[in-house]
Design a protein. Structure first.
Length: 184
């Protein structure tokens, strides 16, 4: 796929299925992260690769966090949390990993990590894979952060779900581009 087509046509795919993308596809996705704009080349990111049975472990962690936050959650709600990571064969936990630097404030590092994450979405799409970026309260939950081994300086900026497109992709509507760009 041409770069401009990927940039103009990517959309989220909420319904994903197996198999796990090939090793080559995964390498293409991971490599794309490293072309994010990155002040001082700090690489202020890291990604946890969650596949196979590890997805169940992640689901348990989500359920543990859910139960700790709301003791009234019923079995159905807990099961929903448990099954979240099973929505795709691959979940990348995307982490902004702040590295103190005299010229690069935290916001710039978060933006770089976000750009790296977006690059991976695009690389997945460019290879015909489906992907979606999700957060929700679990991304900011201290139990989830602790269970995944994040340090105090780190943030979960997204869960990227990646797999085979299962079902259709949505119709894109033409954005009113001009109203977002003003001559100055
Ligand atoms: C940081 C971040 C977190 C997001 N979290 C969620 C989420 O938890 N749930 C959700 O439905 N969409 C979430 N989105 C939005 C979707 O990933 C998606 O971009 C949006 O639904 C628009 O669809 P599109 O990507 O096909 O244009 C998030 C996007 C970003 C950048």
């Amino acid at each position: 796929m041409k770069a401009l087509d990927a940039l103009h046509l990517r959309s989220s795919v909420p319904k994903l299925s197996g198999p796990l993308p090939s090793q080559k596809m995964l390498e293409n996705i991971y490599k794309a992260a490293f072309r994010a704009a990155d002040h001082a080349v700090l690489r202020p990111w890291r990604f946890l690769v969650v596949t196979a049975d590890s997805r169940e472990k992640l689901g348990e962690l989500f359920a543990k966090a859910g139960a700790a936050n709301d003791a009234a959650l019923d079995q159905g709600a807990l099961e929903k949390l448990r099954s979240k990571p099973l929505r795709a064969p691959l979940v990348l936990v995307c982490i902004s990993s702040f590295k103190p630097h005299p010229k690069v404030p935290e916001i710039e590092q978060d933006l770089s990590a976000g750009a790296a994450t977006q690059n991976m979405l695009l690389a997945a799409f460019a290879q015909g894979l489906g992907a979606m970026w999700r957060t929700g309260s679990l991304a900011y939950d201290p139990i989830v952060k602790d269970g995944l081994g994040l340090s105090a300086e780190e943030k979960i900026i997204g869960f990227l779900y990646i797999g085979t497109v299962d079902g259709g992709t949505k119709q894109l509507c033409e954005p009113d581009i001009q109203s977002y760009f003003q001559e100055w």
